[in-house]
Write a protein that binds this ligand. Structure first.
Ligand code: SF4
Length: 72
């Protein structure tokens, strides 16, 4: 699955990083970086929690979950 972040909405409060640190990270300039381009099952629960917790509703998920081991 793909993550999209609306950077016009994101206020860099790091809620998503706290819930899914393997996927989201704020850089030194407090700019949100998505570290994983294609979300597999191992990240899905954490990413869904981050999507639900984002107070700005800036994160969206699209596509179907990848089966484990099929990512490039
Ligand atoms: S939780 Fe939402 S507003 Fe906060 S840093 Fe992540 S995307 Fe931005």
């Amino acid at each position: 699955m793909k993550i999209s972040v609306d950077f016009d909405l994101c206020e860099s409060n790091a809620m998503c990083e706290a819930l899914a640190p393997d996927v989201f990270e704020l850089d030194d300039d407090d700019y949100l970086v998505v570290k994983v381009a294609d979300i597999g099952p191992e990240h899905l629960d954490a990413v869904r929690r981050a999507v639900a917790a984002c107070p700005r509703a800036a994160i969206s998920l699209s596509g179907s979950p990848q089966a484990a081991g099929t990512e490039e």
